[in-house]
Design a protein around this ligand. Structure first.
Ligand code: TUI
Length: 314
């Protein structure tokens, strides 16, 4: 059994977080992950506060274990949701795509563990100083909004920059990834793409099928020109967007092209206009299975690798 300080801090069995995937990580998926011994996280994405409150209630009705909410800081509703997580006494808040400084004090006063995603050393130092409980170091292998650095490069640098526990994310989907993350200094992992294949993940069947059929070179990054690079499956939409982006389409038209594309992928499985966010690791996601089984399989897979590590040292 692999245990680390994050298990004690949060009262969870396995050091595994489920990524806060916008439009995807709802109360049902979060509860399944928490019941499986990990930390289930509800994604606020761009949804209004009342949606998030409803998902928290759904999760609470399905689990007594701790849950988290991920606040996407580019959302127009971020301020509302920052209050709602306090009202609903959520155990953990993770943040993404920005700087959560202005909220940290209030969350800490409410007893919430604050765990921001950081994509740079400077942000890691700032979050440490402002009272975060742990940090998620998410490399650019991940799906969705991506930073510049890879997991391999980012995790050890974040570990050097803070005394807080570090959760590694980006490009992790099996025991080898977990073992590697621990070797880099992390004490937990966050997985998003691997949980897309969870039975309790209610994305459109076309989305799931695309993940299960994905191969090594199946993702690409678009959106760099507008300042928010996003990794997704190399679909018609991604190709069209990329062509428009480098073909000189005006910014407002480019924004309009992307509007609603996440929803179209998740809810409609729209092959032409949907944006199917995915990490590079999709090729290693092979079958649909319950979230609890995913967590156990991944963590059981890491054990023999970590045990064998000392055989390298003569
Ligand atoms: O946030 C994510 N992944 C996401 S968010 C998302 S929805 C979206 N909607 C519109 C535009 C872009 C995305 C889909 N996937 N991951 C966490 C993450 N956070 N990755 C990188 C960062 C990050 C980047 C900059 C965290 C902090 C940061 O600080 C910048 C600053 O303000 O100094």
């Amino acid at each position: 059994m692999i245990k680390s300080e994050i298990c004690e801090m949060l009262g969870i069995k396995y050091p595994v977080f489920q990524g806060g995937m916008a439009w995807i990580a709802d109360g049902k998926l979060a509860a399944a992950v928490s019941n499986g011994g990990g930390l289930g996280i509800i994604a606020a994405g761009n949804a209004p506060g009342e949606y998030v409150r409803e998902q928290i209630k759904i999760a609470r009705s399905a689990t007594t274990k701790p849950i988290g909410v991920n606040i996407m800081l580019l959302s127009p509703y971020a301020d509302d949701i920052a209050d709602i997580v306090i009202e609903e006494k959520v155990e953990v808040v993770t943040t993404g795509a920005g700087n959560p400084s202005k909220y940290i004090k209030a969350w800490n006063q409410a007893g919430i563990k604050v765990i921001p995603v950081v994509a740079s050393v400077a942000m890691a130092k700032l979050m440490t100083r402002l009272g975060a409980s742990a940090l998620i170091a998410e490399g650019g292998e991940s799906g969705g909004h991506v930073g510049e650095l890879t997991t391999m490069v980012l995790v050890p640098q974040i570990c050097d920059a803070t005394d807080l526990p570090v959760i590694a994310a980006g490009g992790i989907a099996d025991g080898r990834g977990v073992a590697a993350a621990f070797m880099l200094g992390a004490c937990a992992v966050q997985m998003g793409t691997r949980f897309l294949s969870a039975e309790e993940c209610t994305i459109h069947p076309t989305y799931k099928e695309k993940i299960l059929k994905a191969t090594d070179l199946c993702t690409m990054v678009t959106g760099k020109r507008l300042g928010h690079p996003v990794r997704s499956l190399r679909t018609q939409f991604a190709r069209d967007y990329s062509k428009a982006e480098y073909g000189g389409m005006p910014d407002d038209e480019l924004e309009a092209l992307a509007t609603g594309a996440l929803r179209l992928a998740v809810k409609e499985g729209d092959n032409q206009k949907g944006c199917f966010l995915s990490g590079q690791i999709a090729a290693m996601v092979k079958k649909e299975q319950p979230a609890a089984e995913i967590i156990k399989e991944v963590m059981d897979g890491a054990e023999p690798i970590l045990l064998r590590a000392q055989s390298w040292v003569k």
